[in-house]
Design a protein around this ligand. Structure first.
Ligand SMILES: NC(=O)c1ccc[n+]([C@@H]2O[C@H](COP(=O)([O-])OP(=O)(O)OC[C@H]3O[C@@H](n4cnc5c(N)ncnc54)[C@H](OP(=O)(O)O)[C@@H]3O)[C@@H](O)[C@H]2O)c1
Length: 359
């Protein structure tokens, strides 16, 4: 394998900790620098990341320009609040750095198009960190559905799907106490659609393509964002890469939890998908043939990586794309990211949810 890429991180919450540990596990990256608004926070982050082999070699910065001027940094991973992704990514690209940005890429499609433009003009790598579409059990399902012969023989036409990602957030409790955490704030491009709904939408579009039309029925909470709701994605033979006509019901929430599995309804039976959290960390993909109670396991139940949040597959693949200069895969991931953000932006606008980034 080629030498590991030197990684710098922006944002020091638990997701960055998970990503760095997974990035180390993937052997594609070595953490070399941490940016935080406070040096003490950056140092604490390093202390609390057990996969760092040599803590004294990792540099800490509280000046973003200084981090981005560090010539040893190859790739910057950005896990700041959503509203800051655009500025942080633009700065990193303008400093000549490759960038991996946490989901969702940006507050709107206008920002995303500009980031793609700058990355292309500078011949840099720019990728969005969606972990669930890199998990082997997801890829196995996608390969089965996207091979017309296999799909028709085993499943037949698709008639519908119910895709779930609804988990109560302790940060909603803070809203009830009168606070406004970033993830549930219009100021920081928060809300359930942007934080959680992006997962079922990405899952659906990675399997079936861009819907012909979409709608969203949210519960708006005190801070003005959507706390959760029901998304309807409609496919017809033209829009669906499955050439079927069907409707997907996607469920997102940060104000209550759904324990329902994700299901895909086909002529010959039902595909049932269980993840540790909705459509992420997929443990089982079962097929229950029509009229049967017996489920056939389609997933690999003994995955290679077991750590933390299953981010290792994502880190491994994003690192591979950059090291192997795989522009084809980058372009297809970017196209998926753009299609998903377009749908999300439309759902948000239909409901009059306006982020501060747009006022
Ligand atoms: N892939 C996943 O499974 C997953 C899971 C969770 C979150 N995420 C994504 O990760 C990103 C971060 O989410 P989060 O919940 O960790 O966000 P957050 O706690 O609001 O902020 C993340 C980090 O950004 C910095 N920050 C916070 N408020 C800021 C402000 N007002 N101005 C500048 N910097 C600020 C902080 O780092 P410093 O104090 O060190 O500056 C903080 O640790 C989001 O895009 C989210 O969608 C992804």
């Amino acid at each position: 394998m080629s030498p590991a890429l030197n990684l710098a991180v922006i944002g020091t919450n638990w997701i960055t900790n998970s990503f760095v540990q997974s990035a180390h596990e993937s052997k594609r990256f070595t953490l070399t620098a941490v940016y935080s608004r406070k040096i003490d926070t950056a140092s604490k982050f390093i202390d609390e990341t057990p996969s760092i082999a040599n803590a004294s070699a990792v540099k800490t910065y509280d000046d973003l320009d200084a981090l981005l001027a560090d010539a040893s940094v190859d790739v910057v991973y950005i896990a700041s609040p959503n509203s800051l992704h655009y500025d942080h990514t633009l700065k990193a690209l303008n400093a000549g750095k490759n960038v991996i940005v946490e989901k969702p890429f940006a507050s709107n499609i206008r920002e995303l198009n500009e980031l793609f433009r700058v990355a292309d003009a500078k011949d840099l790598w720019l990728l969005e960190a969606y972990r669930h579409i890199q998990e082997p059990n997801f890829l196995k399902l996608r390969d089965l559905l996207n091979d017309p012969a296999k799909k028709n023989e085993k499943f037949g036409p698709i008639y519908g799907a119910s895709v779930n990602m609804a988990v109560y957030s302790s940060r909603y409790a803070k809203v009830l106490e009168g606070e406004e955490p970033n993830v549930l704030s219009l100021q920081f491009s928060g809300g359930s659609l942007w934080d959680m709904g992006c997962y079922p939408i990405m899952f659906t579009q990675a399997l079936f393509g861009k819907p012909a039309s979409q709608s969203y029925y949210p519960v708006i909470i005190r801070t003005g964002v959507d706390g959760g709701g029901h998304i309807v994605l409609q496919y017809d033979a033209k829009s669906s890469n499955q050439k079927d006509t069907f409707t997907v019901h996607a469920h997102t929430s940060k104000i209550y939890t759904s324990t329902a599995p994700t299901e895909i309804y086909c002529e010959k039976g039902t595909i049932r998908i269980n993840g540790a959290t909705g459509v992420t960390d997929i443990n089982t993909v079962e097929f229950v043939p029509r009229g049967s109670k017996e489920a056939e396991q389609l997933a690999d139940t003994n995955p290679e990586y077991t750590g933390l949040l299953n981010l290792t597959w994502e880190a491994k693949e994003l690192g591979r794309i950059i090291v192997e200069k795989d522009r084809k895969t980058e372009a297809s991931l970017r196209s998926l990211s753009r299609d998903v953000l377009e749908v999300m932006e439309d759902l948000r606008r239909q409901n009059g949810i306006v982020f501060a980034a747009e006022r």
